[in-house]
Ligand binder design. Sequence first.
Ligand code: SAM
Ligand code: DTB
Ligand code: SF4
Length: 345
Amino acid sequence: MSSQPISFYPASPAAAQASAASVVQAWSVAEVETLFNLPFSDLLFRAQQVHRQHFDPTVVELATLLSIKTGGCPVDCGYCPQAARYDTGVTAQKILPLDTVLHAAREARAAGATRFCMGAAWREPKDRDLEQVEVMVREVKALGLETCATLGMLGAGQAERLKEAGLDYYNHNLDTAPEFYDNIITTRDYQHRLDTLGRVRNAGIKVCCGGIVGMGESRLQRAGLIAQLANMAPYPESVPVNHLVQVPGTPLHGIDPLDPIEFVRTIAVARITMPTARVRLSAGRRQMGDAVQAMCFAAGANSIFYGDKLLTTGNPEVEEDRALLARLGLRAQSTTIDARCEVTM
Ligand code: SAM
Ligand code: DTB
Ligand code: SF4
């Protein structure tokens, strides 16, 4: 074992960026799989070293989600309760009025969230849908929150419109490895997702992109997803790692659950391969229990969805999360300075 000291988070944003520049590397799937195969404590040790080089490991970002257009989606994502073709009990609704969205955003801000993410069950937004979202983005941003939207695939010019409205992040997930993708979704290609991510990046919007684990994929396929994400140039600023929430009525309901240790490994590998990204411990926390969540934070997760609802399914109550963070000696990020330069005052 080398006697090198563990580096702590950098003392200034400039130092963070300088160290980020030196860690850019391409990852083969085999290299990522080798990380997955490490003894658990070695994997966590490496992940913690990387985490501490770029972030204060005691700070967690709180992002609140709101479904601004629920259900009735024409896409066939096998995990999703909002796909019209599955009988999941989700009722299709119209886009929410602006005042409902702003009310939710103010509540999220008052509860301590710094990012507000608006999600819509669309394959892609129509131009007239986008007009309404642009107004929402402008007004939410004016509340002093970071803005994020997840609206499906974007066509030419749409990302630029969102950027102009003040959108900070666009969430669009790769969901799984290219080799496993066709088992989960058939009405929207992997390449469509990469095209949308390219449009978002070119428009100057920060990229929030991750996936779901626990859908029956192999470890090699989990490594394939992480390699895809880590090799994006540059890799996403935010990486949501979702644990499948099994919803009755969806094709993936009832499959064998993933070993929780494997979920923690996935977080650690995401941290090591994308050192300066916000790695978000995303869907599935309610089913996970405190001990697994604690391991995820120890493995380098530094962001959560905060608020008692994700889009249509449950998430831990705000008080529960506050208590968990306090028990772990973690605190909420208190400013919205660029996540890549996170330095707490
Ligand atoms: N319709 C848009 C799209 O698919 O891009 C935006 C909303 S969609 C619900 C956003 C993401 O939520 C999906 O890409 C998927 O990663 C995640 N998600 C949906 N259902 C989930 C579930 N049951 N468990 C875990 N993650 C889920
Ligand atoms: C992401 O990666 N996970 C969030 C957010 N981005 C939009 C969504 C999780 C949805 C879980 C199922 C539901 O609540 O409908
Ligand atoms: Fe539609 Fe998005 Fe759900 Fe897929 S994940 S069915 S695109 S809402």
